[in-house]
Design a protein around this ligand. Sequence first.
Ligand code: ARG
Length: 463
Amino acid sequence: MSESISSDNPWSGRFSKQMSDLLVGFNTSLPIEGRLFPCDIEGSRAHATTLRAIGILTEEEFSALDVALDEILVDWQAGSITLTPSLEDIHMNLERLLIDKIGEAGRKIHTARSRNDQQATAQRLYFKSSTNELINAIHDFEVALLAHCKTHSDIVMPSYTHLQRAEATTYAHWLATYIVMLDRDRRRFIDALHRADECPLGACASTGTSIGIDRNLTSNLLRFHAPTMHSIDSVSDRDYLLEFAGDASILMIHLSRFSEEIIFFVSQECGFIELDDEYCTGSSIMPQKKNPDVLELVRGKSSTVIGNTTTLMTLLKSLPLGYNKDLQEDKTAWFSILDSALASLRILTALVRTMSPNPTRMQAATQSGHILATEYANYLVRKGLSFRNAHQTVGCLVKTADRMKIDVSQLPFSEFRAANELFDEDITQMSVRDLIRMKRSTGACGSAFDDTIKAIEKLLERN
Ligand code: ARG
C-alpha cells in the first residue's frame, strides 16, 4: 500500500501562492535522486542522535524517530512509498513522512540542519558505497584478466607500434598491460575515496549553527573519517565528484582502448581471439554475422563518461560559493558516469572469462612482418658492432627480403654473411620463441615476465 504524503510545502509560510505545476516539474530532483533516499535516512538518524544528546529531542521523541526511520526504510525497499514532487526532493519528503507518522518529533528533526548539508551528506555516503563497488568491479576485472593470462601463458603473438607488426611478445604479456593500467585506475579511486571521507552534516545552510550539535558524533555514527573543516566548503564542494569523473574518464579511456584492440583481434583480418556466442550479437539481415557489440558499446560509453565529466567540470566552473541549485544537476552526470563504468566493467569481466585465443593465428602472424629484425641487430651488437651500424645492416637485409617477397628470417645465410661477416650460421636458427625468451629486462615479455606476474598478484592482494 502506498503511503500518501500531505503535500504542503514546509517553506510555504512566506508565500501567498502555490508553486505552478510547471515549476513543480522543473524543480523537483526526485526522478534522479531516489537512490540517495536510504543514505538520507541514515543521515537523519545520526542527526537525531546529536539532537538527543543536547536535549532538543527527548528520549521518547528520539525513539519514535528511530523507529519511524526504520519503517520508512523498509517501506522504501518494498517499493511502497511514492514521493511527492511538490515537496521537491527526498529531504522534504522524508521530513513530511516523519511528521505524518509521528507528529511533533518529526517537526524537530530539521533543527540545526539544512537541505544543503543534508544533500551533501547523503551524496558523500552514497559516494563512499558506490565508489567502493566500482573499486571492487575493477578488481574483479583485473582478477579475470590475470586468470586468463595464466591459462594462456604460452601463446606468442606480434606486438604492434603504429598498428604495424613490431616485435614478438606473448599474448599474456600483451593482455597484462591492461591489468597494470586498471590497477592504477583502482588506486586513483581509492585515493579519491580518502579525500571524500569527511562528513558535511552540521554545516547547515552554509555558515554552521548556534545550536550546540556535536559534529564529531554524527561523523563517527556515519563512519566518516572526520567532519569537514569548513562549513561553506561543506555545502559548495563537489570536488570529489570532479575527481571521480576524471578518474572514471581515465578508466573508460583504458576500457575503450581494450575494446578497440579486441575488436581488431576478433576481426576476420586477425582472427586472434574468438568471443563466446553468449556475449555476441547477430545481424537482422546478414545470417553469418557475429558482432562484438559489447566492445563497441563500451567504446561508446567511454564517450558518455567523458561528456559527463565535462558537464560536471562546467557545472562547477565560476559557481559562487554556498549552495546553488545548479548543483542539483550533478547527480545526473555522476550517476550516468557511475552506471556506465560499472556496467562496462561487469560485462567485460564476463567477456574475458569466456573468450578464447587462437594460438595458431597469433603464431602465424609472427612469421611475417620481419619481426626478428631488431633482434638481428642486437645479435650484431653482441658481436661488437655499434647499434646504429647494426640497424643499417639489418635494414638492408629487410630491403632485400622485401624485394624477394619473403620475411627477413627466410633469407639464406649467404645474404646475412654478405651483409656483415659477423653473422654466423646460428643466425638462421633464431626463432620467435628464442627472441621472446631472450628478453629478460624488467617488465619484458621473456623470463622476466614471471616476476611481473608475481608483482601483479601482489598488487591484487593489497586491496
Ligand atoms: N535537490 C537538491 C539537490 O539535489 C537538494 C538541496 C536543495 N537545497 C536547497 N536549498 N534548495 O542538490
